[in-house]
Design a protein around this ligand. Sequence first.
Ligand code: FE2
Length: 429
Amino acid sequence: MASFDILVTGGTQPDGTVKDIGIAGDRIAAMGDLTGAEAGTVIDATGDLVSPPFVDPHFHMDATLSYGTPRINASGTLLEGIALWGELKQIATVEEMVERALAYCDWAVSMGLLAVRSHVDTCDDDLKGVEALLHVREVVKPYLDLQLVAFPQDGFYRDPTARANTLRALDMGVDVVGGIPHFERTMSDGAASVRELCEIAAERGLLVDLHCDETDDPLSRHIETLAYETQRLGLQGRVAGSHLTSMHSMDNYYVSKLLPLMAEAQVAAIPNPLINITLQGRHDTYPKRRGLTRVKEMQSYGISVGWGQDCVRDPWYSLGTADMLDVAFMGLHVAQMTAPEEMQRCFQMVTEENAKIMHLDDYGLAPGKQASLVVLDAGSAIEALRLRPDRLCVISKGQVVSQQARNDARLTLPGRPDSVRRRHKIAEG
Ligand code: FE2
């Protein structure tokens, strides 16, 4: 008789199939009908969704949970957020950054978010954020995969010491090359930064993830250079453009040329819907642009698109709970991905698609893969998007790391049921 450390029984996977999952050590040992198997711990997931963990490919862990310090962003714009962060990073200490980041990782784990790509600001001669997050990366390693991007927030060329400090951060062990071409002094400086940053990544064998064209200016076309350099340097499949909001405002004819070039270079896109819908269009009166990039259009060309969270309680965004379902829910609405297969895709974008963009090779619900999963109080992936429900159980690398009791509302209505869970099977696609 088969024996496991943990057995998760009867759960419905995002593709709708029902399978038991047997876990031995930190591996998924078996999947299927495991009736009769023994286990040290049995998690009954009958009727619940069992998903691979949530993955966030775009976050700022050095700034998270700092909202209101030293003041709030009164205009709500990206540029005031950058200025505010400039004030905050002068007074922040390594210890305080570590404390905030670890508190955020607790939130993430409780939400079944077990892999995060965080940008870390390299425009600081003391590299306090880099020191803090390299430490945090090691502390959380047993339960959360933290991938760090060297991010010259004030401009790789525009800030006088950013270039040297970004290279130093990479020498210290930061994983991915970042940048912000639209924030350089000129379009040509932006293009030059894309070129050099891609060359650095090619030389060092690293991935690239640039904040790219996070502006409403339709002439911000650094994504074109990013696709070109990706192809020139043989970096296909290793490069992502985050935000790409200018594409929202670009001329349709130009986009019809751009998207095949992105597809050819296998450049991934990481829109951040909670933030893009909040920060973009702030200079517009009416009609007011949404600012989210062209998600469905890119997908129709085979371009990989993942939803990122970007911010939680920081100079740019006052809300957030580390829930990637909130991110997908907003993205679904703003990109109008309302058909059943599009909603299903939105769930994949915060799980499998993001894992692919981050090159998480040990990810997924399959025998032999790392035993990480989340049990949600929902009957399907689409229902999870609608309910954004409690995470009943989170397993990371073979360990139960978070559990939450089912929390049905209790009704006191004459002639009606005494509790309600807001599940609804009929409407499922
Ligand atoms: Fe960002």
